[in-house]
Design a protein around this ligand. Structure first.
Ligand code: ADP
Length: 371
């Protein structure tokens, strides 16, 4: 059986070429885990994050060096390494502690990771990615919730065929924090995921007239007054763009990381850069887990070896490289993705749909990179 200590010893031999200290000494390795495969304990998966506090040009090379060293030491094991840039520590900027400290202390206490799914621009497939990622993580055995905070265009009810359902309320018994007790919203469960959407409570017309602060208040309430229970992941499908609502949400809710979704088009990419800057901005300062490039290419069923780059080639990949962020997945344009969204049956629970397998695999890859 491979022990975490053995893995750490191997990583202690991987030295940063400029600083001349190992990744362990530099405290870059976080969330180290080892999951043995059922058949043999030597053939499992090693996972960890390499968290840098600056845009270190050596990041990718160090990641590869770690993987190579682990391969030599444990030839049967697979290693999954995610590179993250966390500028908070580098700038000495104080972490925004309002979320877990005040707003989320009770309600989100049992949620391990809160991941915001964002895009600079609407229509790039942000909700599609959020919903399919949630379903994929649930299929992998994680406890998952999704908060659809896309106040101006909530799509979760439609994408999960739960339109028209009204979540029930549950009463929490009186406690020190809530001497009168408290009413909590019970999320709707389907496909193994707990769903809450602003769309269960208001019509799109009602939401459209909300001004920024009203929308922010409603969203915070929605995130915090839900009986999420114990979750491995709470995904938040943010509204598109980079406005006040976003900043308030990610500041006040203890988001642990963000995924940015884009298409390869130039026009989408310009907005993605704004999205990246928003998370990396000193006042927000939350780690970005990486970029998902959606609608990367189109492959006609009759020409399975051809890829047509309808929206340009690898724009998301290049933007990720520019910002030294991991490219988490490239998802092709597949009719069954759209049909799954329209029918309320996410393609990932229906991989037999035409083209579904390739998309399901892309989401499995995405899930493994954030896990
Ligand atoms: P956003 O949340 O960014 O506004 P949506 O997730 O609502 O975008 O997606 C916009 C439209 O594009 C939807 O009709 C969705 O089904 C479709 N779509 C998204 N990703 C894909 C894809 N990879 N292949 C085909 N259609 C897609």
């Amino acid at each position: 059986m491979i022990q975490l200590e053995d893995i750490a010893n191997v990583l202690d031999g991987v030295v940063h070429p400029e600083i001349e200290k190992s990744v362990i000494e530099l405290n870059l390795v976080q969330n180290l885990s080892y999951q043995p495969n059922e058949e043999t304990s030597e053939a499992g998966t090693i996972k960890f994050r390499l968290v840098f506090h600056t845009d270190d040009p050596m990041a990718e090379q160090l990641k590869e060096n770690c993987r190579a060293a682990l391969k030599r030491a444990f030839p049967k094991a697979e290693s999954k390494v995610v590179v993250l840039i966390d500028k908070q520590k580098a700038t000495g900027h104080k972490k925004n502690e309002v979320g877990r400290g005040e707003l989320g202390a009770t309600e989100l206490a049992e949620v391990k990771q809160i991941i915001a799914v964002a895009s600079g621009k609407g229509g790039v497939g942000k909700s599609t990615v959020a919903v399919n990622l949630a379903v994929t993580l649930a299929r992998q055995g994680y406890k998952v919730g999704l908060l659809d905070a896309d106040v101006y265009g909530p799509s979760v009810p439609k994408m999960t065929a739960t339109e028209g359902l009204v979540p029930e309320m549950a009463q929490l018994p009186p406690s020190e924090k809530y001497p009168e007790g408290k009413n909590l919203i019970v999320p709707i469960e389907k496909y193994g995921v707990k769903w809450i959407s602003i769309g269960y409570f208001v019509t799109p017309e009602q939401a459209l007239i909300w001004r920024g602060p009203m929308a922010c208040g409603a969203l915070k309430q929605l995130a915090l007054e839900v009986m999420w229970g114990e979750l491995d992941y709470l995904l938040i499908d943010l509204p598109p763009g980079t406005g006040d609502i976003h900043i308030t949400m990610i500041q006040d809710i203890p988001v642990t990381g963000a995924i940015i979704v884009t298409t390869p088009q130039q026009i989408a990419l310009a907005d993605v850069e704004k999205g990246i800057n928003m998370f990396q901005n000193q006042d927000v300062n939350k780690p970005i887990l990486g970029v998902v490039e959606n609608m990367s290419w189109f492959t006609p069923a009759e020409l399975p070896d051809n890829k047509y780059y309808i929206f340009g080639k690898e724009g998301g990949k290049k933007t990720a490289e520019k910002y030294n962020l991991p490219l988490l997945a490239q998802i092709p344009i597949v009719m069954s993705v759209m049909e799954g969204g329209d029918d309320g049956r996410p393609v990932c629970i229906n991989p037999k749909a035409e083209g579904g397998k390739i998309v399901a695999e892309a989401f499995e890859q995405l899930a493994s990179k954030i896990g």
